[in-house]
Design a binder for this molecule. Structure first.
Ligand SMILES: [Zn+2]
Length: 71
């Protein structure tokens, strides 16, 4: 059993506490995706999300698997 390292699992508790506003601005969406990437693995960071984060001044959160692969 090594479930602790598994990515791609939804953090339903986080989602319950972090609802995306219906008419979210770019800044709100960027903030949401930035937090989301660090607390939940239910979605991959698509190119459109990463470019949104960059344009709003965020650093792109690294997934553990990608960080390991790039070294
Ligand atoms: Zn999620």
């Amino acid at each position: 059993m090594k479930e602790a390292a598994t990515m791609g699992k939804i953090n339903s508790e986080w989602h319950r506490e972090h609802r995306m506003p219906a008419n979210a601005t770019r800044a709100q969406r960027a903030a949401w995706h930035y937090e989301h990437a660090q607390h939940c693995g239910c979605r991959v960071l698509t190119p459109s999300i990463t470019s949104l984060l960059v344009s709003e001044g965020y650093e792109i959160p690294r997934r553990t698997s990608e960080a390991a692969a790039s070294d």
